[in-house]
Design a protein around this ligand. Structure first.
Ligand code: PMP
Length: 395
């Protein structure tokens, strides 16, 4: 076999990861993704899931999924635009539009796909994409697929954003400002009222990826736009169905015109099979649950406040988090991974997040508190954080 087929060029890179202490194997769960799980054969408290509201294994969700399977089978059978579009898919979009208080919603197969498909469809050569420097990878990749020019503004920095807008307003047809609603690695909320004001002042469009705000912020989890009372003033709001909603899928909420265009040019909708009925049945149930009770979001927030208070009282740095995402910032990459391993050995799973997911030297243990955690589980996790922090001389 030739050298090329042995993939030696990749083996060298893999060795580099090992040398840097950031190599990892895929974790294996035995059972549902819940507050406490069996992971790689060990029972641990799970502080790394995006299952914010504990819906991923909720009996009502499972029942809805099973009923959808009974009626519609297990696969959509085609891409949406050919014959993969069922009445439950339509119902899903109507429910989501009502929930998000927007005219229309277009659902894709994932949040990643939604960014990859939407950004390239709404921009073209002669446009400029203006992106917060900490935006999610799927926004970066989605922007790369666009033929528009791209530039970044400093994280959440309205002065810098205004400079960029001022310098470019007359050079381009459309300007598109893209920001995460909630930043997934830090848990801070974008300064959306200021961004929207600047967009209106300079005639730019706004695009908010609210993957971590939907189901978390605003009335009953309606998201960051609702949290700030900005309905009707953001052009494109992205949400995911894989985190708080507990299933899979991603959507963009906005106008009917947007939806009409995406149904012709949203490439994942044209070239990738549509969501399976089980997922759609469960998604629809989740949206109904959110519209009928604040029980889940209330529990999420009381758990998050409880955990964040205790962790910061220990003296850990949790950055500027304003949401249930609680980054315990360690800094050094290898130390972060060592901390994560020791937590696991003591019965708590928190994935270490290091470069290239976050900037070099800002390695962190990103704790995700959910509505599903009990106070006992959170207390135990805090106790283990204290023990490991002391062992590693970080406290
Ligand atoms: N946007 C943001 C801000 C995210 O955090 C994520 C998930 N990590 C996505 C998009 C992608 O969503 P999904 O997992 O549904 O593909």
């Amino acid at each position: 076999m030739s050298n090329v087929h042995e993939l030696n060029f990749l083996k060298e890179k893999i060795q580099e990861l090992k040398d840097q202490g950031v190599y990892r194997r895929l974790p294996i769960l035995e059972g549902a993704n819940e507050a406490e799980v069996i992971l790689n054969g060990k029972r641990v408290i799970n502080l790394s899931s995006n299952n914010y509201l504990g819906l991923a294994n909720h009996p009502r969700m499972k029942k809805a999924a099973i009923e959808a399977v009974e009626k519609y089978g297990v696969g959509a059978g085609a891409v949406r635009t050919i014959i993969g579009n069922m009445d439950i898919h339509e119902e899903m979009e109507q429910l989501l539009a009502e929930f998000k208080r927007e005219e229309a919603v277009m659902v894709y197969q994932s949040g990643f796909n939604c960014n990859a498909g939407t950004i390239q469809a709404i921009t073209e050569k002669g446009d400029l994409i203006i992106s917060d420097e900490l935006n999610h990878a799927s926004i970066i990749d989605g922007s790369r697929l666009s033929r528009a020019d791209k530039t970044v503004f400093k994280h959440a920095d309205l002065n810098h954003l205004e400079e960029v807008l001022k310098a470019n307003r007359d050079k381009y047809r459309n300007l598109l400002i893209i920001t995460d609603g909630v930043f997934s690695m830090d848990g801070d909320i974008a300064p959306l009222p200021g961004i929207v004001e600047l967009a209106e002042k300079y005639g730019a469009m706004t695009y908010v990826d609210d993957a971590h705000g939907s189901g978390v912020l605003g009335e009953s989890g309606r998201g960051t736009v609702d949290h700030f009372g900005l309905h009707g003033r953001v052009d494109f709001t992205i949400g995911t169905l894989s985190k708080a909603i507990g299933v899979i899928g991603g959507y963009v909420a906005g106008s009917e015109t947007m939806k009409e265009w995406l149904s012709h040019r949203g490439r994942p909708l044209l070239f990738s099979t549509y969501l399976p009925p089980a997922a759609v049945g469960a998604i629809n149930e989740a949206v109904r649950i959110l519209m009928s009770t604040t029980e889940f979001t209330d529990r999420l927030w009381s758990n998050a406040r409880y955990f964040k208070d205790k962790i910061s009282q220990l003296g850990f740095n949790i950055g500027n988090s304003q949401t249930p995402i609680t980054p315990v910032i360690i800094g050094d990459e290898a130390k972060t991974m060592e901390f994560s391993k020791k937590l696991f050995d003591n019965g708590v799973f928190v994935s270490g997040i290091v470069f290239p997911t976050v900037p070099k030297g800002t390695g962190r243990l990103r704790c995700m508190v959910t509505a599903g955690h009990t106070t006992e589980q959170l207390d135990k996790a805090v106790e283990v954080f204290k023990k490991v922090g002391e062992e590693l001389k970080l406290l």
